[in-house]
Design a protein around this ligand. Sequence first.
Ligand SMILES: Cc1ncc(COP(=O)(O)O)c(C=O)c1O
Length: 412
Amino acid sequence: MARGAGARPFRMGRRRPRAAPAGNGHTLPMPRFPGAVASRLPNVGTVMSRLAAETGAINLSQGFPEFSAPPLLYDLVAKHMRAGRNQYPPMAGTVELREAIARKAEALYGTRYDPEHEITVTAGATQAIFTAVTALVRPGDEVILFEPAYDSYAPSVALAGATAVRARLAFPGYRPDWDEVRRLVGPRTRLIVTNTPHNPSGTVWTGEDLARLAALVEGTGIVVLADEVYEHMVFDGRRHESCARHPGLAARSIVVSSFGKTYHVTGWKVGYVLAPRELMLEFRRVHQFVVFTVNTPVQLALAEYMADASLHLGLAAFYERKRDLFRAGLAGTRLRALPCEGTYFQLASYAGLTGERDDALAERLTRESGVASIPVSAFYEDPPHDPVLRFCFAKNDDTLARACERLAKARW
Ligand SMILES: Cc1ncc(COP(=O)(O)O)c(C=O)c1O
């Protein structure tokens, strides 16, 4: 029997022994796992935010807003908590929120998704992506991704035992090459992951891009996993081309959105998926065992909050102004801002300024200039190391101004 107070039986009528801390008052360092761990994702690294925190740099690396949502949203969460809405909601999400999402999707994209069978609330977009891949992809399948790519796609594919096949979005335009994609599609292709507006490049696909995609998958069983978390951040009068809007693609797409991005609450980790019922059935079969469901009071608050469409419709103008401010600041530096059509990310080229690799430069600028960015090579399996860094401009105006002042003094 193990030694220590907890292991000794307590007998009635005898003096109760004084409770001793576990381990007889001694604390021990956590022992190491005695076996060998063969990682299933051995190439996953760390993020720049940690370096930014260590060095006190202005953090324009990770994509999260520096500002809060209007207090109304927080008040609504508290209201539902106090009203006792704190137990498990239905697996697919609260009825209120699924109905609100259905109304929004119909108003924006003209497609009526059935809240009962075609909408599921998720713990953010990342869980939605993982769940969709796990539900639909089998070992030996191929999944086409567009690189540079958001970092969760490839690990989800790898954990499903499938192969990620990469189509290039080439620097500096980052437009899809549909002839290349056509060459990559084969009998094993199960899924194509799209992302518009695109992280990290800030490009926005056009109606023509969706038409090319639709033509390419027509007559196949290929599913489109459409990551549209930046759907409301599209600038200069452009329209977000959602797969939910396109009849041919809506029939085979799992469309992913994120409340975190839309309402400045990335830490809440709540999103949703839209899909035809045949695909949603499979999605929910996995969702049930990944998270089962998502917290109730936040869902109820979001359902009420999103009834005011101006809150999501106003986001494009809000971020367009920040984009313009940041680009004006960058114009005073030696970096060259690439076009930014959507998202809250701005790419900046340093071609001709230094021969340093992007990862080395991002680290040097964090340490020397006090501004953290992300090297775009972080979004590739086999990076080309193009001379380009990504900056997040979802920050307060003075933070952006200070960052640009610092970058203007950077040593080249
Ligand atoms: C393209 C893309 N997809 C998905 C996500 C994840 O969204 P969520 O925080 O809702 O999981 C992000 C977050 O940065 C993203 O940039």
